[in-house]
Ligand binder design. Structure first.
Ligand code: ZN
Length: 413
């Protein structure tokens, strides 16, 4: 070991013992891993922010400390992370009684490395039996106001859950709304409580919607996308939400080495802030990014795909004229490149009368990649109209987004 290296080691050890550095359990800045960052372009005049609005830690039934959630969010390139512990389901209660239900959020905020701008959102999961089921309230100022346990049930988790379930869920939702929270219905397709796995409107949720107290619904949670929940969102004017609902490690459930990503909600915000995200959620400017599926209302999904896709280098093909050496002739064949500036592999189905000779009517533009197309319009025309369904971008259940793109062409000799 050289003297210099030894001196450096001593310096490092000294720094490690400095109380100022160890006072806060800050997560380390994660290593650069461009491939795993979730990346979509800004669209429609808004900033596209990536949010996971449903996560758990040891402060309810998760298995990690909140600082790990922060670290994972930074690794995934999230803009926003909501901490949403079950208020009533407290399986670690004997070891972690934590009477202040804001602690998980506070621990997450404290773990954020200086200078890194992850927006950490305070939330809670209101947890009842059917028909209420589970609901998340995000943008809370005090989670404790959403919980009321009259009797003292001791440390048994089941006793505690039963005691906490006594307070009517509509009261907890009302308390959340009094704080200006955005409230959404969690996994209404959860088979643990709904043996059919089919999401159906209930009188309980209909009354909340009527009162203006329920604003969104999960259509994707973990490994599941529900067309029934998607239908409920469209029929009842609820914001479309997609979440991880992570309890273990993101890397276990969505291995980055396999190109997997957690389900997230893309939020189209006027500004990169908690207030910007909250406003966008209430305005229903969201797209759910689940596996290789994008789900959103056409008003936001179309601008997102328009921002992601482009046509480049469109031109009639020129080849050497074998009868007149040194000269070229222009064929009535158009070559063009479709580019894709998003994380989705964009799947296209041709709806135009044209044929693309390297492809039949189904084709894919890879994420952050391109696709070369050849079009034979039959004659040299000044423009061609590309017309596609994007089969992995849904504007309603079973309804792909349709997009047209007019390509201007220069017609030469
Ligand atoms: Zn949950």
């Amino acid at each position: 070991m050289s003297i210099n290296r030894f001196a450096w080691l001593l310096a490092t050890m000294a720094l490690g013992l400095t109380p100022a550095l160890s006072a806060h359990d800050k997560v380390r800045q994660p290593p650069e891993n461009e491939a795993r960052l979730i990346r979509f372009p800004d669209a429609g005049g808004y900033q596209t922010l990536v949010a996971d609005l449903h996560t758990h830690s040891v402060f309810s039934d998760g298995h990690v400390w909140p600082s790990i959630r922060v670290s994972e969010a930074l690794r995934d390139g999230l803009d926003a992370l909501a901490i949403t512990e079950h208020l009533e389901w407290q399986p670690h209660r004997a070891d972690l009684p934590h009477p202040d239900r804001n602690r998980a959020f506070e621990e997450a905020v404290a773990a954020l490395p200086d200078g890194l701008e992850l927006i950490v959102i305070a939330g809670s999961e209101i947890t009842r039996e059917e028909p209420a089921g589970h609901m998340n309230a995000v943008f809370l100022s005090d989670a404790n106001a959403l919980l009321k346990v009259d009797s003292d049930p001791g440390t048994d988790r089941i006793d505690y859950y039963r005691a906490a379930n006594e307070w009517p869920p509509e009261e907890a939702v009302r308390a959340a709304n009094e704080q200006g929270a955005f409230v959404f219905w969690n996994h209404p397709f959860w088979t643990a409580t709904r043996p059919t796995g089919v999401s159906r409107m209930t009188d309980f949720h209909a009354a909340l919607i009527e009162a203006g107290h329920l604003h969104g619904i999960e259509i994707a949670n973990g490994a599941t996308y529900s067309e029934h929940a998607h239908r409920l969102a469209m029929d009842h004017e609820l914001a479309l939400i997609g979440v991880s609902d992570i309890h273990d490690l993101v890397d276990w459930d969505y291995p980055p080495a396999l190109g997997a990503h957690r389900p997230v909600t893309l939020v189209f915000a006027e500004e990169r802030s908690a207030a910007g995200i909250r406003d966008a959620l209430f305005a229903q400017r969201t797209v759910v990014w689940f596996k290789n599926l994008l789900v959103g209302r056409e008003a936001v999904l179309k601008p997102l795909l328009q921002a992601a896709l482009d046509v480049k280098d469109a031109a009639y093909r020129r080849i050497p004229d074998i009868r007149n050496p040194g000269q070229e002739i222009e064929l009535a064949i158009v070559d063009l490149t479709l580019t894709n500036n998003s994380d989705a592999d964009v799947r296209l189905r041709n709806r135009s009368p044209y044929t693309f000779t390297q492809h039949a009517d189904e084709m894919t533009i890879p994420a952050h990649g391109s696709l070369r197309l050849t079009v034979r319009p039959g004659e040299k025309v000044p423009q061609i109209n590309l017309d596609f369904e994007i089969t992995n971008a849904l504007v309603a259940p079973k309804t792909p987004l349709r997009m047209q793109h007019l390509v201007e062409l220069e017609v030469g000799g």
